[in-house]
Ligand binder design. Structure first.
Ligand code: HEM
Length: 127
């Protein structure tokens, strides 16, 4: 159901669903040969905790993001638009595998895309 009384957070299944989803998602990202080098020396515990907060708050859930500003964290990494798109593609596939409603998948991606400029360092379409 896609009515306006539920948040996206509720529709995708709340905190437990987000935790499970991020586990699968990070397996894909960290085994993708184009993306894995970024995560080589990163403490994944903190990253996943921060990502959980971020996704919960970005989908209208009750949790506040307490991490560093996204541009501050990502701009020094020099991530291209192409890499951002691969990252997003893994997210789409994860949500589809979890059986999330098609419209909700599109809504999650639309919200994530709002942060593209904070994540990437270029403005070209294909990076
Ligand atoms: C919309 C997409 C993205 C979101 C919402 C996002 C979100 C986050 C968050 C919340 C953190 C934790 C910040 C903190 O520790 O305070 C983080 C860290 C990180 N992200 Fe992203 N991220 C995105 C895309 C990407 C992409 C495309 C890459 C690389 C291909 C990437 C690589 C990293 C790395 C390496 C860190 C750890 C940095 C460090 O601890 O020094 N992120 N991200």
């Amino acid at each position: 159901m896609n009515n306006e009384e539920t948040t996206l957070y509720e529709r995708i299944g709340g905190e437990d669903a987000i935790t499970g989803m991020l586990d699968s998602f990070y397996k894909k990202v960290t085994t993708d040969p184009e993306l894995s080098p970024y995560f080589k020396n990163v403490p994944m515990d903190r990253l996943q905790r921060m990502q959980r907060e971020f996704f919960s708050s970005a989908t209208g859930g009750p949790i506040k993001y307490s991490g560093r500003p996204l541009a501050h964290v990502h701009h020094p990494l020099a991530i291209s638009s192409r890499e951002f798109q691969r990252f997003t593609q893994h997210l789409i596939e994860t949500l589809q595998e979890k059986g999330i409603d098609e419209q909700d998948v599109l809504d999650v991606i639309a919200r994530v895309n709002l942060y593209a400029d904070e994540i990437t360092n270029d403005t070209t379409v294909d990076g």
